[in-house]
Design a binder for this molecule. Structure first.
Ligand code: 13P
Length: 245
């Protein structure tokens, strides 16, 4: 009942010509209407990615946005500008935005509101760092990110991605049990806010997802998809999309 999402976050990788090469290699390898496939290229490659994927099963999203409509915000990109490229999704609150660029739960909340208002479908990212995990703060911290990030938001088409910071780009994947434990906890928190509709909300896992561990992760009850970093840059991503359930 929850359509799986297989998403690739390119981070700060791939210019326009690399984007075109990537899709000419990837698209012949994948075809699925059973799963939602989304790629998040950098802003400068959004338009190229949208035109390359027209008529395919791949949707395009942006990695970030700003919450104001327009004005003197040098270096920022509005939700409407992203929508105008043909992109349909946006990542909000990725841990790299939070730790390197000062994103807070408050800005995450403003961005989510603006994304919904503009017709962009957001994926809100949450996740604890190694310190928090080791000192037993994981659940309190995730609960506060969910509560504050989603404050006042009623749109249950929200998607939440659980990406433990200690598993991002480190090659250390959370075990499927660790990932499920937190994703199940996230669904309980979502149920407090959205009631029964929480059963329909997609929760993704991200952090060192590869072709070799996708199947085990996706077998978990509360994991409805994955957000892939490094492995989405290569044709290995096709094996992740096509994993055999
Ligand atoms: P890796 O898959 O490279 O660990 O990155 C995960 C991530 O941050 C996706 O948003």
């Amino acid at each position: 009942m929850r359509k799986e999402i297989i998403a690739g976050n390119w981070k700060m990788n791939k210019n326009v010509s690399q984007t075109k090469d990537y899709f000419s290699e990837l698209l012949p390898l994948i075809s699925t209407d059973k799963r939602e496939v989304v790629i998040f290229p950098p802003f400068t490659s959004l338009s190229a990615a949208v035109s390359c994927t027209q008529g395919s099963c791949v949707k395009i999203g942006a990695q970030n946005m700003y919450f104001e409509d327009s004005g003197a915000f040098t270096g920022e990109v509005s939700a409407e500008m992203i929508r105008d490229t043909g992109a349909v999704r946006v990542l909000v609150g990725h841990s790299e935005r939070r730790t390197l660029f000062g994103e807070t739960d408050e800005t995450v909340n403003k961005k989510l509101r603006k994304a919904f208002e503009t017709g962009l479908s957001p994926i809100m990212c949450v996740g604890e760092d190694l310190n928090q995990r080791q000192s037993g703060e994981t659940f309190d911290f995730i609960a506060s990110q969910i509560r504050n990030g989603l404050a006042g938001i009623e749109n249950d088409s929200i998607v939440v991605a659980y990406e433990p910071i200690w598993a991002i780009g480190t090659g250390v994947t959370a075990t499927s049990g660790q990932a499920e434990e937190v994703c199940g906890f996230i669904r309980e928190r979502l149920a407090e806010q959205f009631g029964n509709a929480a059963d329909g909300i997609r929760i993704l896992y991200g952090g060192s997802v590869k072709a070799g561990n996708i199947k085990e992760l996706m077998a978990m009850e509360d994991i409805d998809g994955v957000l892939v970093g490094g492995a989405s840059l290569k044709s290995e991503f096709a094996d992740i999309v096509n994993y055999d359930d």
